[in-house]
Every structure is written in C-alpha cells, then in structure tokens.
Design a protein around this ligand. Structure first.
Ligand code: BES
Ligand code: ZN
Length: 584
C-alpha cells in the first residue's frame, strides 16, 4: 500500500475512479446538497476502497445492482477529513454513495440575497482547490487521479446552474429546474466546480462568453472583451487549446481568490472590474492554466510550483505578446516584491520557501504563498536564460505535449529537463530553487527602461508630470517601494495630489491602504473599513487585516470589523483572517 499524496487517503494499490456521475439537489433553506455520487472504477475489484470525505453525512453505499456495500467512516483528521472505506465484493466495478453535505462544507459558500449584486436571489458557489472537493463529493481527492463526469443539478427554477463542464440541457419540473452537464476531458478532482444564482451571459467571441449577475454583466463584458485575442496568443505559444470553450464567470465579491482556473469556465473576482482592463492579467493567468495545471498537473500540493510557477511564466509570455515586454517586466518586478515579502513572512518556516515542499501534516491552505508562483517563475526564467528563448520554447511545447492530461512530481520534471536540456539544471543551480530556502543568489532580476525610471523615483514624491503616463502597475510598484519609515506627511501629500485612497484599481488601493495604515495616515481607515466589507478576496483581506492588527488599537478595530464581516467571507477566507488575528 502506498499513500503517494500526503493530503489524500487514496491508496495507489486500489482501483482508480474513471468516471463520476453526480446528482445533487441544491437546498438553499438548509444549506445542504442532497446528493448521489456514482463512481465507475477503471477495473473490477475486491476489498477496501478508500475515499476522501469532509463533513459528509453518508446515507448508504450500494453496488451497480443496488445491493448494499459495507462501509465505515473513520473519525475525521484535522487536515484530511474523514476516510470513507467501502468494502467491495469481488467483481465490483461501480458504487453509488448517497449522502448530504454539511452547511459548513469547506468548498461551498452559500450567499444570502443581500450578498449578491441583484439583492433578490440567493447564490451558491464551490471552490475546491486544493483539498475541498471532498466536502462536496466523496472521491479520491488527489490530483494524481483524473476523472470524467456527468452531473445533474436540481435548483430553484428562477436560478441558473453553471459548471466547469459542457452544458447538455435544462429541464423545468414544477418549481425546480434540472441542469445537466458533462465533462468529457478528464480532470483532477480539485477542478470540479459549479455556481448557482441569478445569472446571465454575453458572448465575447467564438469560444467564449461571460456569465455574471445581470447587474454586472455589461461591465464584465467590456472589461474582458479581449479574451479571444488572449486565447489565440496563448495557443500560438503553448499549442492547441484542448478544452473547447473558455468561458468566464464573474463571481460575487466574496469569492476568495482573484481567479480560479476551473476548466472551460474560469471564475473571476468582481474586483477585476476596474473599468480600464488594467487587471486582465488575472484572466491571462487563469487561461494559461489551461496548459500548465489543468493539462499538466502537479502530483500533489508538494509540487504546487509546477502549477503556479509555470502559469506565472506562461501568463507573462501572454502579456508580452499582447502588451509588450515593458508590461511583462513590470509584472515581474511586482512579483519579485511579493516574493521578498513571502520569504520574510515564512522566516520561521524556511522549508515553505523551497519550491519542492514536504507537506505531511501541513494544510495546503496554510502553506499557500507567493513562493511557488514567483520563485517558480524565477526558476523557469533562469532555465530560459541559460538555454536561450528559442530552445526553451521548444522545450516548453514538448513538456506540455508529453504530459498532457497527466500529473507529475518535481523529480519527474527535473528528469525531463535533464533529458531535453542537458546541463541546464547545474548551470542555474536548480537545487537552490528546489531544495533551499529564500531567493537564490543568481536569480534573474527584472530590468527595463521604465523600471529604471521608477527606481529614480524611490524616496521622492512625484510631480504631476512624473506620473502622467503611469499605469496602475507602476503606481503599485511606487507604493510598494515606499520605505517603512515614510512619514505621515508624505502620505498626506501623495493622497492630496493623487487621491490614492479613492483608487478604483483594487491592486493599487490595497497596496496604498496597507502602506498608509502602517504609516498612521488616518484617512486610509475609513476606506479600509468599507473595503473590508465589500470584498472577500484573501489577497486583499490578509494585508489589510494584517496592517490594522499591527497596533493595539488597530487590533481591537480589526477584531470588531471581522466580527461584523466574517459571515460575508468564504469559510477558507474566514480561517485565513482568523489565523492572522490570532497571530498578531
Ligand atoms: N489556482 C489559483 C487559485 C488557488 C490557489 C485556489 C490555491 C486555491 C488554492 C489561481 O490560478 C491563482 O493563482 N489566482 C491568483 C491570480 C493570479 C494572477 C496570480 C489569485 O487569486 O490571486
Ligand atoms: Zn494560478
């Protein structure tokens, strides 16, 4: 027996699930899914089959003939959840689990009408990465395994259910509607995704439409109108797009991430709707995952950098094609800053700053940081610099082509590099990235003409002339560069001249508010208080609650804001803020 993934009860000597047939009735009143999951195995088997579950109430397990199969739910473990062990009779190839989910299911957020843009109807969405799918469906919740699925969601008739899958039909029955989906491409379970709400769609291109509540649909369609150009640029770089459609879903504000690469239907935070397309790099990122992550997948959270480092690399290549080298380089510079902060943040857990991590006993949500993203990016950039762009491009396409619809480990990756780019690993000192903490000495440093101009602004208050053509990314870089000791007075001058507390770009705003709060610039407080009630994106909650909690009075305020707003946040965002407030 071998448990190859520290975050799953999956045992690789047991048969793998080939397909899932999932039926769920969405009950907004009790905040539960009443569901049935049929797992068809790759081969007939006998003996124990271990599945992952979290907070599921299992009613029964039966075989293909409807005959009960014995099962046991073990006491839950804090990170893994509860193992469901089913005893298969010889020759069993299919089993059906009847169960219901808990109102506290960690993957689900149930929104009241007041938490939506329209204010009239409730909303439900899932966020399964990294190990939350098991709170929705009992399955082998490890990215080493891929499944195809069919799903049937029963929802109130006034609502629409969307899934990260192909739509096959809707049927209304009395006060309910049944929405059917089918996912023909095999996916790791963390990419199972759905949302239910008052949703409308607008076409963006031959392969894309955007979904949103009607109140934000127009704004979303304008913000994301260039998605088809992005898709074409990405195909040019990484090979044919394998998922048929690339649709977008603009989420309610409590969505805990900037974006989530659910296949065929990327989920996006509404905080991207800046009105000027200045935050569409998130769309480029989620699109890039269609190759790096969804097609070629990390074998477990210990190799997460293979998903995110590659995707940041791919995202910046897309940005370069669409908006030029300067823009891509600015993003790399922002990434470098974020990496330095992350390394600092983990100074008492240096192991979490390796790319190849050991996560037995560690919750992937706790280990999450910018390290796999930005150190992973630097590692790939170093390899690219070592062998030259054209050789690296050939390598990249070959890497994707030879691992399509598979998962791999860091060790399998380095073996592949050794074979196809001999000598490159030694040249860049791969071990410094993979197996050592911090930022490697020789790591590539972003350089460009505009970055040099920005460097000259360091420590100065810019004039209106200086900033006239600054993009939001440059503003953010400038703000991030304001040193710890920058005076309150400087913040006042900056705010009077450039109205940063009123910025409509959420990235600029959060950088600004975090820095201003730490400098004691009070006018930032009111905006922060309001903003924390408007968004649930963890990337924003963490620095803002963190900055507030840096002083004793601020900590009291942070607590009271969290008490007021907690129920607006997704369960995983609640946990993240809680851990910041407990630490502070
Ligand atoms: N897959 C991630 C989001 C994620 C990571 C969800 C880990 C759950 C666990 C997604 O692709 C992502 O990286 N989103 C970023 C945006 C990006 C531009 C770096 C985010 O949400 O900030
Ligand atoms: Zn990502």
């Amino acid at each position: 027996m071998a448990r190859l993934d520290p975050h799953s009860y999956n045992d690789d000597t047991q048969p793998e699930t080939e397909t899932l047939t999932w039926k769920a009735r969405v009950d907004f009143r009790t905040r539960r899914l009443h569901a049935e999951a049929t797992l068809a195995l790759k081969e007939a088997s006998a003996g124990p089959l271990d599945l992952d579950t979290r907070d599921l109430e299992i009613r029964s397990v039966v075989d293909a003939e409807g005959k009960p199969l014995p099962f046991l739910v073990s006491p839950p473990e804090p990170i893994l959840g509860a193992r469901l062990r089913v005893e298969l009779r010889p020759g069993t190839k299919q089993l059906t689990v009847r169960y219901r989910t808990s109102p506290q299911a960690s993957a689900l957020q149930w929104l009241t009408p007041a938490q939506t843009a329209g204010g009239q109807y409730p909303y439900l969405f899932s966020q399964c990465q990294a190990i939350h799918a098991r709170s929705v469906v009992p399955l082998q919740d490890t990215p080493r395994i891929r499944i195809r699925y069919k799903a049937e969601l029963t929802v109130p008739k006034e609502l629409k259910a969307v899934m990260a899958a192909g739509f096959t039909g809707r049927e209304e029955q009395g006060v309910e509607a049944i929405e059917r989906y089918e996912m023909p491409q095999p996916i790791p379970p963390y990419l199972l995704a759905f949302a239910v709400g008052r949703l409308a769609a607008k076409e963006l291109g031959p392969r894309s439409r955007v979904w949103a509540e009607p109140e934000v649909l127009e704004a979303a369609a304008e913000e994301f109108e260039d998605v088809d150009a992005m898709l074409r640029a990405a195909e040019e770089l990484f090979g044919a797009y394998d998922w048929e459609r690339f649709d977008l879903l603009t989420m309610p504000p409590s969505f805990p991430y900037g974006g989530m690469e659910n296949p065929r239907l990327t989920f996006l935070t509404p905080s991207l709707l800046a009105g000027d397309k200045s935050l569409v790099s998130v769309v480029a990122h989620e699109l890039a995952h269609s190759w790096t992550g969804n097609l070629v997948t990390n074998a477990s959270a210990e190799h997460f950098w293979l998903n995110e480092g590659f995707t940041v690399f791919a995202e910046r290549r897309i940005l370069e094609v669409l908006y030029g080298t300067e823009v891509a380089t600015l993003h790399s510079a922002l990434g470098r800053r974020a990496l330095e902060d992350a390394v600092q943040h983990f100074k008492s857990h240096p192991q979490l700053t390796h790319l190849r991590t050991q996560l037995t006993g560690v919750d992937p949500d706790e280990a999450f940081s910018q390290v796999p993203y930005e150190k992973g990016y630097l590692f790939l950039r170093a390899l690219e610099d070592a062998v030259g762009r054209s050789a690296f491009d050939v390598f990249l396409k070959r890497y994707i082509e030879s691992h399509r619809f598979q998962a791999l480990t860091t060790e399998q990756f380095t073996a592949f590099v050794d074979k196809h780019l001999p000598g490159a690993l030694t040249k860049v000192d791969a071990e410094a990235y993979l197996g050592k903490p911090g930022i490697p000495q020789g790591a590539p440093v972003p350089r460009s003409a505009r970055l040099e101009q920005m460097a000259r602004m360091k420590g100065k208050v810019p004039t209106a002339g200086d900033v006239k053509d600054w993009t939001p990314a440059e503003w953010q870089l400038y703000i991030e560069g304001l040193k710890q000791g920058t005076s309150r007075d400087t913040f006042r001058m900056l705010d009077e001249s450039f109205h940063l507390t009123k910025s409509h770009n959420s990235e600029v705003l959060v950088s600004w508010l975090s820095a201003a709060l730490r400098a004691g610039w009070e006018p930032a407080l009111g905006r922060t208080e309001a903003f924390l009630g408007e968004v649930g994106r963890m990337k924003y909650l963490k620095p803002l609650y963190g900055a507030l909690a840096a002083t004793p009075e601020g900590k009291v305020l942070a607590r009271s804001l969290f008490n007021r707003y907690a129920e607006r946040y997704h369960p995983i965002a609640q946990a993240a803020v809680e851990s910041i407030l407990n630490r502070a």
